[in-house]
Design a protein around this ligand. Structure first.
Ligand code: FAD
Length: 290
């Protein structure tokens, strides 16, 4: 099923998983199974599976996991496809494999710029990939968006200008980068609507679980860390379990506020962590379809 249809029916709830890393596939699959078991209890609208830029299909595990989510759990899956390092032939091969596995939804991405700085001649921007996917296959195509501006863009207005081109190329829905200040997301959605972007926009929420993640956030340009968030994290910096619990509580607070605000949907970055998935599901399961 093409998941864009679901936005007409209710607020969409979705989750993101990483495919197993190659070194410990069994351990990774156990963790993924635990996460999927927790997620299933909520009856999510779809689960998306990331794809390591530059990796081949076989190195990746995206296809296998996207297909397993559909077959074993009966939940729709979305395959991420970053094409900055792929040519049209490689993309067509992947699309054929996704189609054969019953995956009908693709999150079409440019991907990060590789170290050598060289982008694919065929897909220098996500919009080129979106147009190509529509030309070669019958998929629901989703795009990424950045409430606090993509780091390469000079300003949000320019970023939204190119986002509109991406939607015009054929995105039927958007999933946002993570953010910690809901007001930034509400303001971004308002600016998108003013710019004529009418497709549903899902809010990306990532529970922060440890100091390492916080340090990464701090170096990610443009992500606002509200005082409430930094104070909470500072308070529990020396207590990993308390920090994890505080990070999950903060994410749940954001989710409740987003639901009440009537957002189109919420996409939860699980980091394949069963505890995160089950705590969030427990705390929100009576709220999401109420
Ligand atoms: P684009 O939409 O092409 O935008 C990239 C930059 O180029 C922006 O600054 C934009 O304003 C600008 N731009 C766009 N079009 C034009 C144009 N025509 N002319 C000039 N400038 C233009 N990465 C992975 O490798 N694997 C994943 O699985 C993955 N999943 C993700 C999931 C989500 C929800 C998000 C938000 C990101 C994900 N990423 C993933 C990261 C993503 O690949 C990077 O953020 C990447 O830098 C940009 O990809 P994009 O598709 O948004 O690019």
């Amino acid at each position: 099923m093409k998941v864009n249809r679901l936005f007409d029916q209710h607020q969409v709830i979705s989750f993101e998983l990483f495919p197993p890393r190659r070194k410990t596939p069994d351990e990774d699959f156990d963790r993924i199974a635990g996460t999927m078991d927790a997620i299933s209890a909520l009856g999510p609208d779809f689960v998306s599976v990331t794809f390591g830029a530059g990796g081949s299909r076989r190195q990746n595990g995206t296809l296998e996991l996207a297909s397993l989510i559909k077959k074993r759990y009966g939940i729709e899956s979305v395959a991420h496809l970053p094409a900055a390092q792929l040519d049209a032939q490689a993309v067509d091969t992947l699309l054929g494999e996704f189609k054969a596995a019953g995956v009908e939804n693709i999150l079409a991405l440019r991907g990060d710029i590789p170290k050598n700085g060289r982008l694919s001649d065929d897909f220098p921007h996500a919009s080129d990939l979106i147009r190509h996917i529509h030309a070669v296959g019958d998929f629901n195509v989703i795009g990424a968006c950045y409430p606090e501006c993509h780091p390469e863009s000079p300003d949000l207005a320019t970023d939204i200008h190119f986002l509109k081109q991406k939607v015009d190329a054929g995105c039927s829905q958007l999933i946002s980068q993570l953010f910690f200040d809901n007001e930034c997301f509400y303001e971004f959605v308002a600016q998108c609507r003013e710019a004529g972007i009418t497709v549903p926009i899902e809010a990306g929420i990532m529970p922060v679980l440890n100091q390492h993640q916080i340090e990464r956030m701090a170096t990610m340009s443009g992500v606002t860390l509200p005082k409430k968030f930094t104070s909470m994290m500072a308070r529990y910096a020396d207590n990993p379990v308390a920090m994890r619990d505080a990070g999950i509580a903060y994410a749940i607070d954001q989710i409740v506020d987003l639901l009440v605000h009537g957002v189109d949907g919420i996409h939860i970055y699980t980091m394949d962590n069963p505890t995160v998935a089950s705590r969030i599901v427990q705390a929100t399961k009576t709220l999401v379809r109420a």
